[in-house]
Design a protein around this ligand. Structure first.
Ligand code: NAG
Ligand code: NAG
Ligand code: NAG
Ligand code: NAG
Ligand code: NAG
Ligand code: NAG
Ligand code: NAG
Ligand code: NAG
Length: 682
């Protein structure tokens, strides 16, 4: 689950480093300051959640909750999670201290925060207040375990770094390392700090922290997102912070955190050993007394017996686990199965007015369950030709694929020959509805489009690598990207095609499901699909999003030109900026050009030359990573073969013969110098 709101806030320097710079200069004053926790940074009062009225139950609950905050000594690891009240008047609160803050100091920071928050955000149902040492947030929504990326704020160190390229390289590596460490923390602490030094002896100190109630994946995503904001916030500066409700990043050229990690009083002592000191000293004496070879024999025997027993126990445990799993799966299947009548009622008997669209696998209907939940129901075409058990098994697999950039499958329904898939309803329409429409596209500024590109990349990476199964989408296209209220992308229709197991990276298929124009050549021609054919489709999608043009054709004055051709022609002529949708303002020119660059890498003819989704996510996140130079994309055609209708199959073989070859070569050669230098002026 993820929520996002509002926009970017930049906190000016006057507040920056109150805790650090002045601390180093004014030792004494600093002590006083930190006692008062005066390093207040920022507050966010969220109007969109409405106001409560004075003396209302919500108000009373909030006051009770906040006054209890600091007196609570139950939790000592710097994370507090409380709620108070019932139903609509329930207040949920989270307090989180920086990982190096002592418990007493932490409570005192939260106490101040609790005292100030109602004054700074009067009558707000939701608010967050940030201090150097802690943050406090409350809401009438449930916020525990929910990834919240905004509202966030930035602070940049006013001093510039020297040798920026080297600085960014080291910074990048440091943040990457810390991201992994922080995300893999436990449910009490997701926090990591470290330092690294550049070749010209600038030391960078970094600190990354997630709210520990996040999952590892969410923490990772949150930090990824924060890292991508560094160029916007603090490009080339010596230090900076990106701070949000769920995670934050800070780096500086001085140490601003305590190196000692707070010892967690709740951590059980390292596995208790049963032997008492006396016994072990006895053992020592015996070992010394007995002749060495005998001891060796005993040891080996013991070890052997021990290992055998352990193995037997392990086998038993595994078997029990498997049995349990089987039982679980059966009950899960039951809980996923919807009654046909329930769905029929919810969709008003699959009425035309409830029909949302018609996809390749069947019609999709809007529905409302009796408990008010809104769903989308895909009614599969009746000839999907698959046994009930097989169908249930596949549903069970696909249900497990949960990611914030995937449309969530909630369950299924089987009735006679009817097969229904029940999905979460995603409120906004699909991406194609926005980007290809001259009036709608205005709603997608560059920031949103970039967010969409990164979201799709993450969803796809999850399908390819992070989920237990390797899922190849095979029909990625703009109409399969749904948008939620905050314009977060969610990939639809995944797992519809045959599932491919992890050890089987490539498989041939006789039934091609993709959409021409998005399909990789090897898939369109030979039915060979792989993660790299999804990458191809993703590349086409990036180019569509940046250009606001359909892949099938750009009206280029007198004749039509397909998008890849258009993009490549402009790129190699060093005029890549022509590809960008004119309706976008070009403040983020570098980001746009980088996306085009990545898009072109994805549509390379040779699948080995296409990056993996993991690489792409890295390229999108890591601003200093240099990208390989693309060669001409697949399906590059000269002007004579340009005007292809969307559904016509590509005349692929003609590319392999004679005349076009020299043209392509020279294009590639000239491209190396011209466009790259033009591309990223610094
Ligand atoms: C809530 O209160 C704030 C100031 O107290 C006001 O600006 C805002 O319009 C109010 N919002 C609603 C929805 O009443
Ligand atoms: C809320 O309660 C306080 C004290 O109980 C009282 O002084 C104040 O007038 C009340 N405010 C409203 C809006 O009822
Ligand atoms: C206040 O905190 C104590 C623990 O210190 C807890 O037992 C109690 O339930 C809390 N009260 C409320 C209203 O949250
Ligand atoms: C935090 O709150 C959630 C939901 O209210 C609850 O399930 C969880 O147990 C709480 N965790 C702690 C550590 O209090
Ligand atoms: C927050 O509260 C403390 C005392 O509780 C006070 O000294 C400080 O000025 C307050 N800060 C803000 C920003 O209101
Ligand atoms: C929180 O409050 C807002 C505004 O009053 C309301 O629309 C929303 O439904 C509430 N959320 C919950 C979970 O009660
Ligand atoms: C940092 O660099 C920018 C541009 O390179 C320059 O405008 C600015 O004055 C520099 N700031 C300092 C403190 O040197
Ligand atoms: C830098 O980090 C290392 C551990 O990676 C630590 O041993 C060292 O003390 C740190 N240096 C400073 C100056 O904090």
């Amino acid at each position: 689950m993820i929520r996002r709101k509002a926009s970017v806030n930049v906190v000016p320097y006057s507040d920056y480093g109150m805790g650090a710079v002045s601390c180093m200069l004014l030792f004494f004053l600093c002590g006083v300051l930190s006692q008062a926790n005066a390093q207040y940074l920022f507050q966010s009062c969220d109007n969109s959640n409405g106001n409560y009225t004075a003396n209302s139950t919500y108000n009373t609950n909030l006051i009770t909750l906040l006054s209890n905050l600091s007196s609570n000594t139950e939790i000592n690891y710097g994370f507090y999670n409380f709620s108070h009240g019932q139903n609509a008047d329930k207040v949920n609160a989270i307090g989180l201290c920086r990982g190096d803050v002592e418990p007493n100091e932490c409570r005192s920071c939260l106490k101040d925060a609790g005292g100030n928050i109602t004054q700074l955000c009067p009558n707000q149902k939701e608010a967050t207040i940030y201090y150097d040492n802690c943050l406090l947030r409350y809401s009438n929504h449930s916020i525990f375990g929910v990834l919240d990326i905004s509202p966030d704020f930035y602070m940049a160190n006013p001093n510039n770094a020297t040798e920026v390229v080297e600085f960014n390289r080291v910074l990048d590596d440091l943040l990457k390392e810390l991201k992994g460490k922080a995300a893999s923390g436990d449910s009490r602490r997701k926090y990591a700090t470290d330092n690294d030094t550049t070749m010209n002896f600038q030391t960078i100190y970094g600190l990354l922290q997630c709210s520990p109630d996040l999952t590892q994946t969410d923490c990772n995503d949150c930090l990824d997102e924060a890292i991508t904001r560094i160029p916007t916030c603090c490009d080339d500066r010596r230090g900076g912070r990106v701070v949000g409700p769920s995670c934050n990043i800070r780096y500086e050229n001085y140490r601003f955190y305590e190196q000692t990690t707070i010892i967690d009083p709740e951590t059980p002592p390292p596995s208790t050993i049963n032997t008492s000191p006396e016994e072990s000293s006895n053992t020592t004496i015996i070992v010394i007394a007995v002749i060495v070879p005998a001891a060796a024999v005993v040891l080996v025997t013991c070890l052997f017996l021990y290992l055998r027993r352990r193995k037997a126990r392990k086998n038993l445990a595994v078997k029990e686990e498997e049995d349990e799993k089987e039982e679980d799966e059966i009950s899960i299947v039951e809980s996923l199965q919807f009654n046909f009548d329930t769905i029929r009622v919810a969709t008003e008997d699959f009425s035309d007015s409830n029909k949302l669209g018609q996809g390749g696998f069947g019609a999709v209907y809007w529905g409302r369950l009796s408990n008010g939940q809104i769903i989308a129901v895909k009614r599969l075409s009746r000839d999907s030709g698959q046994g009930d058990t097989e169908f249930k098994n596949e549903v069970l697999l696909v249900v497990k694929l949960q990611h914030r950039n995937l449309v969530r499958l909630l369950g299924f329904c089987l009735e006679g020959r009817e097969r229904l898939l029940v999905y979460e309803f995603v409120p906004n329409k699909s991406l194609d509805y926005f980007i290809f429409d001259p009036s709608m596209k205005a709603q997608l500024d560059w920031e949103k489009r970039y967010k969409i590109i990164r979201g799709i990349a993450r969803g796809l990476l999850y399908l390819h690598e992070d989920s237990q199964l390797r899922i190849i989408h095979r029909d990625l296209k703009a109409s399969n990207i749904l948008l939620d209220q905050e314009m977060n992308p969610k990939i639809a229709d995944f797992g519809m095609a045959r599932l491919v197991l992890m050890d089987q990276t490539q498989a041939n298929t006789s039934r091609i499901v993709g959409t021409y124009g998005y399909m990789a050549p090897e898939y369109a021609m030979h039915g060979q699909f792989s993660v790299k054919s999804d990458v191809f489709s993703f590349g086409v999608l990036i180019l569509e999003i940046v250009s606001g043009q359909k892949n099938s054709g750009i009206n280029n004055g007198e004749n039509m030109e397909d998008l890849l051709n258009f993009a490549w022609r402009n790129w190699k002529e060093g005029k890549a900026i022509n590809i960008v949708d004119p309706s976008l303002n070009s403040n983020s020119r570098n980001e746009m050009l980088r996306c085009i660059h990545i898009g072109l890498l994805c549509v390379q003819e040779n699948l080995v030359d296409r990056p993996t989704m993991a690489n792409i996510v890295l390229m999108l996140n890591s601003y200093s990573l240099s990208l390989p130079i693309p060669a001409e994309p697949a399906f590059y055609m000269n002007s004579r073969t340009r005007s292809l209708p969307e559904m016509q199959s590509w005349d692929y073989n003609s590319r392999e013969t004679g005349s076009s070859e020299p043209i392509l070569k020279s294009a590639q050669e000239s491209e190396n110098e011209v466009s790259i230098t033009e591309l990223y002026p610094r």
